[in-house]
Design a protein around this ligand. Structure first.
Ligand code: ATP
Length: 362
């Protein structure tokens, strides 16, 4: 019987040095990854994504904590005894071998019967749609094709888990988008767990079943792309995933309206619907530029400001506005059916629907 969870990381810390001045690369990290999940580790450079991936693979020894794969504790096992495989950023294909030979490499060592190897190679070539290029050498392939071979080679031994460390970062933007679609398809067809590392938030949102957002060796939030985008629980997460505005102020309970937020220095009460994390007192209100609405400045009860910069981005126009108390915000207005651009210097008022308001601790 398969375990419901594919990978259990429990209270893992990793220090590369004994120097207490140096912060640990992983600081008490716990995460459960499910079978067949496309799970992404997302965060800025140096936050510990690769260290966590390498610890699961067995290339790094953890300093404390435990790692289980398919119910078996593996943190003391060497990499080849863990049923995981890794796709590296630089593909690491063997240049003197054909595509088919690259994919076959390792199958014999893994103990697969010699007679079964051609069949497995063919199956993998079909999975990544490379049957017609089986005899080529890596140097005769495009970047995207090389990426497919690396993927097929890593999947050939049928690992329980595939670890992918920024596998698309060497590709140009258009190819990268195509390969994102491919990766997702291959993951679903192969039916295995993918743990994917990226610092690209858009890539993470598009591909993942769930995302862990990391910063400074810690996991700050784990959730579906929608939860991470719509309900960030930390300022860092909110900021890292897409554009967002923050207003400092005071939150108070209101018998009729749930919570009201009063921005510092702005005499407006903003009703907030998302009070799950709310604590009254000093707080921050965050909102996405596209969730606010620009309204007629003569309407009362709205945040008021002046347009300082206009950025046309095709489908929408972004307005950088200055509100009272010198607060700058970015607002977004769809160009579809928009009357006309609001020039620099024009007064604006901003309506925040209660569901657009994200409350965070200051
Ligand atoms: P990137 O996106 O730049 O690859 P990352 O999020 O994958 O970053 P890690 O490579 O895991 O981050 O690094 C986490 C921290 O551990 C960093 O401060 C890094 O300098 C440090 N570190 C990583 N590898 C080693 C090592 N072999 N020896 C010492 N310190 C290391």
């Amino acid at each position: 019987m398969k375990h419901t969870s594919s990978i259990e990381v429990q209270r893992v810390s990793k220090r590369y040095t004994d120097d207490p001045e140096v912060a640990p690369a992983l600081d008490d990290v716990s995460v459960s990854i499910r079978h067949n999940e496309f799970f992404t580790l997302l965060g800025p450079s140096g936050c510990g994504k690769t260290t966590l991936l390498r610890s699961i693979a067995g290339f790094e020894q953890v300093t404390s904590g435990s790692i289980q794969i398919g119910g078996q504790r593996v943190d003391q096992l060497p990499p080849y005894k863990r049923r995981v495989n890794t796709v590296f950023q630089n593909y690491a294909l063997f240049p003197h071998m054909s595509v088919a030979e690259n994919i076959a490499f390792g199958l014999e060592m893994q103990g697969l019967e010699r007679s079964a190897i051609p069949g497995r190679v063919k199956e993998m070539l079909a999975l990544v749609q490379m049957e017609h290029l089986a005899r080529r050498r890596p140097a005769e392939l495009s970047g995207g094709q090389q990426q497919r071979v690396a993927l097929a080679r890593a999947l050939a031994p049928r690992p329980d888990v595939l670890l992918l460390d920024e596998p698309l970062s060497a590709l140009d933007l258009k190819l990268r988008k195509e390969m994102q679609v491919e990766l997702k398809r291959v993951q679903q067809e192969a039916g295995i767990t993918f743990i994917f590392v990226t610092h690209d938030q858009e890539e993470a949102l598009t591909l993942s079943d769930r995302i862990a957002v990391m910063s400074a060796g810690k996991i700050l939030q784990i959730g579906t792309p929608n939860e991470i985008y719509e309900r960030p629980q930390h300022r860092f997460v909110a900021h890292f995933i897409g554009d967002i505005n923050f207003l400092p102020g005071q939150l108070r309970q209101c018998p009729q309206n749930g919570h009201l937020f009063r921005p510092d220095g702005i005499p407006v009460d903003i009703p907030c619907a998302n009070e799950a994390n709310a604590r009254t007192g000093i707080a921050q209100l965050a909102f996405r530029p596209e969730r606010s609405r620009l309204v007629d400045p003569s309407e009362p009860h709205h945040l008021r400001g002046v347009v300082e910069a206009v950025l046309y981005v095709g489908t929408a126009t972004l307005y950088q506005c200055r509100l009272a108390n010198d607060i700058k915000v970015m607002l977004r207005e769809s160009n579809e059916g928009a009357t006309s651009a609001r020039p620099v210097g024009s007064p604006v008022a901003v309506h925040l629907p209660p569901h657009a308001c994200l409350l965070m601790e200051a």
